[in-house]
Design a protein around this ligand. Sequence first.
Ligand code: BG6
Length: 498
Amino acid sequence: SRPEPCTVVIFGATGDLTHRKLVPAIYNLAIDGELPPGVKIVGFARREKSDEEFRQGLEELNRKVSRSGHDDAIWAKFQESISYHQSEFTDADGYKRLAERLDAIDRDRGGKGNRLFYVASAPEFFDDILTQLKGAGLNKAKDGCWARVIVEKPFGTDLATAQHLNQVVNRTFHEKDTYRIDHYLGKETAQNIMVLRFANAIFEPLWNSRYISHVQVTCAENLGMEGGRGGYYDKSGALRDMVQNHLLQLLSLITMEPPTDLSADGVRDEKVKVIRSLRQWDTPEKVAKNVVRAQYTAGHVDGQPRPGYREEDRVDPESMTESYVAVRLLIDTWRWSGVPFYIRMGKQLPKKATEISIHFKDAPCVLFNALPGGVPGSNVLVLRIQPDEGISLRMVSKIPGTSLRLEPVKMDFHYSTSFGKGSPEAYERLLLDAMAGDATLFARRDEVEEAWKFIDNIEHAWHQSTTPPPMAEYVAGSWGPKEADELLQQDGNVWRRL
Ligand code: BG6
């Protein structure tokens, strides 16, 4: 199905996400001719602002971040579709006024009344916004139209709050009209995981415990708590902020069984099975053995001095929140029995890079045993999620020359050179999917809750047990704590160097 004209109402419209991601995404869709005609944007937030002030603020940011640059003439036309609606999130009257305003927009557009509500406010208002939408009858679509909701992360802070939020959402909107966004699923390279696995014949036969020794998922960031982020982050931590959602989602794409079709439920049925099959680290002993948490101490990143985590703005000086986490995961399914999966995520690491590496078992190397050093390493398939998106395969080759010596070489595919054009931003694809009614790349209720079950056990051991596993340290600008290296050494593995 195709994306349809609609009004996008963004709650939390004065926030960073709206300015840096959402509006630039819609602008770029318009430039690329992908946006259905007649899309209107209404920003909903508490601050007093005129339409004009709102538009100016958006324009300023669009100039800085827009993927395909900023064109004054195009913007001038585009901004006519943007307006601002001031209201408290808890004020029923504000929603009544919103309903009237949306009706007026519909009339201008010739009666078409599709609405896409995007809940991107601070998470403590998610409940209120949904409840008020229902109070004003905005959750009900008009005849022949639709009303859908996109809910931003964080989707709860643990299983109980996620279940509660799910109840509130499902009391307000049909599950089929509910889009829990995880922007990692909108990344081009994440979408390509299924294509790589299921459109090629050579990988899937090897994609199991017989041939794969282990898998690593690394998400490195070279930033800390800039822009006042510490306030949110210190209550969340790396595990909740990135692992519960983005990284478990990537893992499920890597490990799921082939779905029977590409429908939203066909794909999500398979993803949730994997998350449900994660072995639970449900005692402090298991957590201590399989999970490493750490905080950065002062150091240098990109040549710049950085404070330690506990010295950051809006972070508790005695904080026990992790800025780094490494986890060993086991998936108890027929395909993956015995294969360790390692996930690591950290702030203030040397660079920004996300990649997944599939490490294959060694070839039986009887033939080359006698060579000095034997066979140098095994096959590794690397999926670079970002930046420098692409895929590479590490193989062993003979060094040209008169003697037999071996060296690893790389077969490398780069999106930028193979396709000669940039990928759309994740939010572009996802907004378009929501306008088209396709929820495949959004998390379903059960996926979110199963992921929280796994995360909750670990958080519980850290924060509620009488024998909490220790907090390790790493210097800002290093690749993480030595304890994370030891986690892999126990299995005879090492982290891939990025
Ligand atoms: C967000 C997290 O969901 O994802 C941030 O809250 C993180 O802490 C960000 O930095 C990373 O997204 P990306 O697309 O820059 O890798």
